[in-house]
Design a protein around this ligand. Sequence first.
Ligand code: TYD
Ligand code: MG
Length: 453
Amino acid sequence: MAKGKTTAFFCKECGYESVKWLGQCPGCREWNTFVEEPVVKAKSKGITGTILSGGRAKPSPVSEISIDEEDRILTDIGELDRVLGGGLVKGSLILVGGDPGIGKSTLLLQACRHLAATGRRVLYISGEESLKQIKLRANRLGEFSDNLLLLCETNLQRMEEAIKETLPEVVIVDSIQTIYNEDVESAPGSVSQVRESTNKLMQLAKGLTISVFIVGHVTKEGVVAGPRVLEHMVDTVLYFEGDRHASYRILRGVKNRFGSTNEIGVFEMREDGLCEVKNPSEFMLDGRPENASGSVVACSVEGTRPILVEIQALVSKTNFGMPRRTAAGTDYNRVNLLMAVLEKRLGYPLSDYDAYVNIAGGLKISEPALDLGIVIAIISSYRDQIIDEGTICFGEVGLSGEVRAVSNPEQRVSEAVKLGFKTCIMPQVSLENIKKPQGIKLIGIKNIKDLHR
Ligand code: TYD
Ligand code: MG
């Protein structure tokens, strides 16, 4: 008799499902991420179109759908509001992912504090900390209004009852990996639990027009499913990153159905909680070395905001046949490519040299506009030539060494002016299209060969 299969294997990184165990996940290419779990016969129906279309199961013309401008709630934490796309959308489901201990609970509790202070009812559900522990943390952050309700609960059904009873405007669920749904057999934190619970929360959010924040820990070991499993289900995905040893934290929008992605918010972790960093460029350029070769400032645009970063390169003669290359904060392959371009087009014998490239400050940026900065930093280090402190650059470098246009040149230049830079090296094409501001000398180049003029 054929036995119905009751378990399957799931990737705990991305949720890929397979009937047999696999060493490498075909979905996300991660190794050793498959765990065996019972297959769920979903009792919940998923979010039905009726919930999304507000109770009507009938197609409607776009022009007839009304939107209220007030559908956004401001959290009063400017950096968070911007990453959310201009405030919190009512009835949206937001996933906040990040390493344990990075400050997710702190950020959300602070957001709760502001929301409660403006008279909104907020429910903070924790499955990780006791009421006392939350209170201790809250004491460090300041006074809290009585509009903030706390609940320690891991059972999803009881959580649902509490939400329906109190009818808050905003709910925080900290964390999704501790939640237990009775309808699903597997342990809390497993792929199916995490998915089913999120589905349920999605129904609640859309059905009752409550904004729900879900905290998800990024995990490397164990069988706990990571937040990537949920990315496709939720409206907005934010990742909280940063070096745990450094004090600043970066909140990055990875997916947003209601705003632009790649938007970043910068915070600093202090004694009394997270503090917004209003001018990240200043923050990133703090402590720049003076008169050092291999250092240059480049301008990147993250989301809608320009950010200046220092690019450092160290090029030194290699002792082995195979030169070492590392890239911290930027794409390793991109650095290799740019070095090959430099070798071929400008004739630098870089295959005999080790090269280390670093974005100072710990920000991770993959924007091609940093190419020119990386190239200049490498040349500067190789020739041991100091780049003037007041110089900034941006531009994409192509395989034949051509310097290509990048988006938002005007915004980049004005950020440079704001921070007192005197010279800007940029793509010639971009230079022709922008208004020339006062107080900065713009140098347009067409090819990296022009750097030798
Ligand atoms: P937490 O929000 O608990 O992290 P997560 O929820 O992402 O796991 O943050 C914990 C860290 O933040 C902890 O190492 C202590 C630090 N912290 C401060 O430095 N200042 C503060 O005011 C608070 C509340 C926490
Ligand atoms: Mg926490």
